[in-house]
Design a protein. Structure first.
Length: 95
């Protein structure tokens, strides 16, 4: 049986946002294949929530490292940060 060579390689993008100094979230890491695996591994190691959205990752992957996300993606990114906030809050409530 042949392996389908058209399968997309895993891709990951990491964002950062510091409300005190950033106007909007920015890309701090990105990669495909083994690099993506390393990004995801580090996120898990530091208990950073992971949101899987292949379309959004594809769009964010077009940005450069340290580039601020474009205004067109604010709504999607705001939803992800709200998701992370809810997870953080629920984890603190359990402690």
């Amino acid at each position: 049986m042949k392996q389908d060579l058209r399968m997309k390689r895993k891709e990951a993008v990491a964002l950062s946002y510091d409300i005190s100094k950033d106007l909007a979230p920015k890309v701090i890491a990105k990669g495909k294949g083994e690099v993506a695996d390393n990004i995801l591994e580090k996120a898990k190691e530091f208990s950073i929530p992971i949101q899987e959205d292949p379309t959004l990752v594809e769009l964010l992957g077009q940005l450069e490292i340290n580039e601020t996300i474009p205004e067109e993606l604010y709504q999607a990114i705001a939803e992800i940060f709200a998701f992370i906030y809810r997870i953080d809050k629920s984890m603190k409530d359990v402690e």
